[in-house]
Design a protein around this ligand. Sequence first.
Ligand code: HEM
Length: 410
Amino acid sequence: MKGTGSLSKYWMFTDEYTQNPYPILAQLRAEQPVAKVETPDGVRAWAVTRYEDVRTALSDPRFSRDIRKLYGSLGRQLGKELKVEEELTNQLANVDPPRHTPLRKGLSFAFTPKRVRGLREGWPEVVDNLIDEMLRAGGNDLNSGLAEPLPIISIAQLMGVPDSDWPRFLVWTTTLRVVDASDPTGIKARHSRELSEYLQDLIARKERNPGDDLLSALIHAEGDKRLTADETLSSAFGVMTGGNDTTTAMINSTFTTLLTHAGARERITSDFSELPNAMEEILRFTSPVINSLQRVTLEPVELGGVVIPKDEIVIISIQSANHDASVFPDRPDELDLDRGRPSHVSFGYGIHYCLGNHMAKALTEVAVRRVFERFPGVRLAVDPSELRYQPGLVVRPLVSLPVVFGTPAS
Ligand code: HEM
């Protein structure tokens, strides 16, 4: 094996890595499990790739998720002060305890598996409508036709956004997802403001007329589960930003895996009750979230044989941990539905463990099941080697997922 010395310090931002990260990650795990990496604009960070080190970095309080500290470290390296938007500083994914504890308590109280079960009944129809719309328009891209809109629609339902507002909601959330942080035209800032105003208005309406939805549950919670108005708004934003791209990536990776693994597909389509267990191995095999949100060291920390200094940015590779042979000894780079319930870290680990995991799994299950039930012969329209990914630090978006639907089931 070639030494990691031969890897460019920008390895994480190369197309080779974006399209197929696994050989590079295997090399890093073997030779340099905590490796220095540099972004093209010169920001230094540390990449953690071994399973045990990943779990440590995700759960050890010396690795902070405080976004103000993260922006501080970033700003010091770039030589300028970076402003953090107020809404971001109130979000549970962006804070450490003790601030994190009540925010998590409030959101978990409102975001229950029971609430997801209630929504789930309507999802087959939502999926069918999206597929029908795609077919009517002559489309065949499962990514833009299904995997992208489905999470937005279901999150709108979860929050109690009235059906008549979905089109506006879809436009705002799509902008927030597709326009990059530099926002050259200012559209992202404008749509973010409009969405924020819309949510404030929705919160005011639900204060007067509560419904059976997550936002109403947050607003009307009592005692230690009650959040302030700012925290409620930020939590609403957090659910939307945490659940969109991630669930799109999960739906895409589940379809991609099944459309390229005939044995697994056959097994699942002949007995859909196998799907939930199979999805756990698919989550391990193709982690929808490739790296966790970045951490910052609060003091020098020894990990994987190196000392990471204080105030350094740490990137935790979930997809690498999920392919670590010391935990998944039997051909970790291959799909194996008989692996048992693999202890993957696809939804994180520790206090920031994903609060939306049950919803993401249920949504993916419904989407996959409806497509294979309605179109038993569905197949990829291109060779798997032609599927392209865009670079990304947290998810690695698929450019498109073109399929041939084939004859509908009678
Ligand atoms: C409806 C869909 C989803 C929602 C609403 C959602 C929401 C959230 C929220 C609120 C957090 C922060 C929890 C905290 O700080 O205590 C979180 C964390 C996380 N979520 Fe999700 N999520 C969704 C889907 C997904 C999917 C599909 C994945 C990947 C398979 C994923 C992976 C993660 C990970 C890895 C973290 C931990 C982040 C970290 O510690 O850096 N999420 N999610």
